[in-house]
Design a protein around this ligand. Sequence first.
Ligand code: SUG
Length: 445
Amino acid sequence: MTKWQEVNFDGLVGLTHNYAGLSYGNVASASNKGGVANPKEGALQGLEKMQHLRSLGMMQGVLPPQDRPHLSTLRSLGFSGSDAEILASAWRENPALVANLSSASTMWTANAATVSPAPDTTDGRTHFTAANLAAMYHRSIEADTTARILAAIFPKGDRFAHHKPLSGGIHMGDEGAANHNRFCADYGEEGMALYVYGRRAFEANTDLTFPGRQTYEASRAIVRQHGVRDGKAVFVRQNPKAINAGAFHNDVVAVSNKNVFFYHEEAFVDPVSLQKELQAAMGDVELTFIEVPSSEVPLEDAIKSYLFNSQLISPSNRGGMTLILPKEVEETASTKAFVDKMLASNGPINNADYMEVRQSMRNGGGPACLRQRVVLSDDDLEALTAKVIITDERVTELTSWINKHYRDRLMPEDLGDVALMEECFTALDELTQILELGSVYDFQR
Ligand code: SUG
């Protein structure tokens, strides 16, 4: 019998990881602006998390960082000359532009794409749409390279289908899987999905003070092009209050696994109606809702600690479900108390593991932001065309690659440094060989 499993593909923290405060509406990114980042520590923390999931019997994949600074964008804006000349003149003229084109934001692979697995689509293929990330300039440059990387890993054909990132700018703003929850009895069975949007494209949305990045129209388009079955997609607007409090993606206030939905009371305007709608779309499989009341965990604590930006997984060597949480949840009294109470309650979630991912957290990225979930069969895994599944050998290679190339101190004022650009391109060149990715980047060597 075919075995299906959920594989987490984590983004490797890139060499230019820094705190430039680029994401308006992302509280952590704004409040850590100008701080000192440690890209090496960030990359090693990410690898540690991947290793932890492997120790629980999970299959783990990795997605590479992208080439930063993104010189091809600078070229398209009229900068010319050698790579060094382009960077130097852009830095002289507009350091903020260079900062935007240097962000290591591709580490948050939950935003890389929306993936509809084969059991859920009419043609029985797994469908990918790389997210256009149109809401934030520094992220809008990710999509083309992301699409190339995904196609290099999941070959186009009778198993995997790839769609172009949605065009249409912020009207079709698409932030990928961060606003997508799939429910199922088991990974290989037909599922149902919830698409959460921040706003409608053609309405004023005067209730939002921070950007509602994902539009309803974008989510609808994804469902159409992926061939998700009728009745198996539910659409709901995220509570504007949650967005205005800093939940710029739904995965800051909700997470699901199989038939369990764990979310904050204020994540949705009308959670009771949503529960009914989800259960109706799910059919015979009973959903379990774990709603965290504001009286126990205020919305602000949930957003500050990233309680819901946890990975909810079904480890193969532990019974039940495990939450992979950021350490910040353990350090926040209300969230720690809630998790302890939940573990003692005999519910479906019976383990909580706290991970140190602070380099990413300071830019608003918790454990769940750092991973893209892809449900794959054994045959799908056989068909992958790059060496992106983590093995002991790959961990050794990646650890020495990080130690060889990464800096342990980086500030926004370092981003004009031509040496940093060279270090980044040299390292990525080597990484494409380690992961056997082929030519997915824009820079020339
Ligand atoms: O898009 N931060 C990211 C964090 C993304 C988190 N992803 C999910 N919730 N799935 C963002 O706001 C900050 C980068 C900077 O300031 O350099 C940033 O892009």
